[in-house]
Design a protein around this ligand. Structure first.
Ligand SMILES: [Zn+2]
Length: 205
């Protein structure tokens, strides 16, 4: 039942947009009225783009980064060093590191960070899949770069992964240098990220 004073289609879009991260009810309402005012063609273009996002973009079955093919272009590239894995929380973090053009290894996207308060543990993330990559003897992993965010969640995740990697005799390093504590890798500038990669340090749990 629609108990809103707004027409149901308007309320529906406000509710749907309001479920997106970082968008409160006020922003959701403002965006909805903006959509109402813009041309029909533009709204159709947006709805097509949203559908294509779900239909054409998948997650790489190896690294879980976003991809248009079952194995992404980075995982399938012979030019990349497949013994060097940079572990990130989100696809946007991998994108930020790609933009520096300094990193020649491959990625592993966790799809989040551990947060016991929110009930997010290793089982909710692509941790088992990372361990499988460490176990796999066809590509011997030499180094894991833990590039989770310098936040409580990111540190908790990095510590967990360092412990997990111990039996596999792999070098574990951490991106820390230059990225402010509590900062977000996604928003770090390219120079800071390049320096963070170049000055990565050994990391143990
Ligand atoms: Zn991949």
């Amino acid at each position: 039942m629609n108990d809103s004073i707004l027409p149901q289609p308007v309320q529906q879009v406000i509710d749907d947009l309001g479920r997106l991260p970082g968008i409160g009810p006020k922003t959701a309402a403002r965006l909805t009225f903006h959509l109402l005012r813009q041309s029909k063609a533009r709204t159709q273009q947006l709805s097509r783009a949203l559908l294509e996002l779900k239909e054409k973009v998948i997650f790489c079955e190896n690294c879980f980064n976003i991809s248009e093919t079952p194995v992404c272009h980075i995982c399938s590239s012979p030019k990349r060093d497949h013994s060097l894995i940079c572990v990130v929380s989100e696809p946007l973090d991998a994108l930020a590191i790609e933009k520096t053009r300094e990193f020649k290894g491959v990625y592993h996207v966790l799809n989040g960070e551990m947060s016991p308060i929110d009930g997010i543990g290793p089982d909710q993330l692509k941790v088992k899949e990372l361990e499988n990559r460490l176990k796999d003897q066809t590509i011997k992993i030499k180094e894991l770069i833990l590039a989770t965010n310098p936040t409580t969640e990111g540190e908790t995740t990095a510590l967990y992964l360092a412990k997990l990697a111990e039996p596999y005799r792999v070098k574990v390093t951490r991106l820390a240098h230059g990225i402010p504590i509590g900062g977000d890798i996604e928003y770090a500038d390219e120079v800071t990220l390049m320096s963070a990669l170049a000055h990565r340090t050994a990391f143990t749990a």
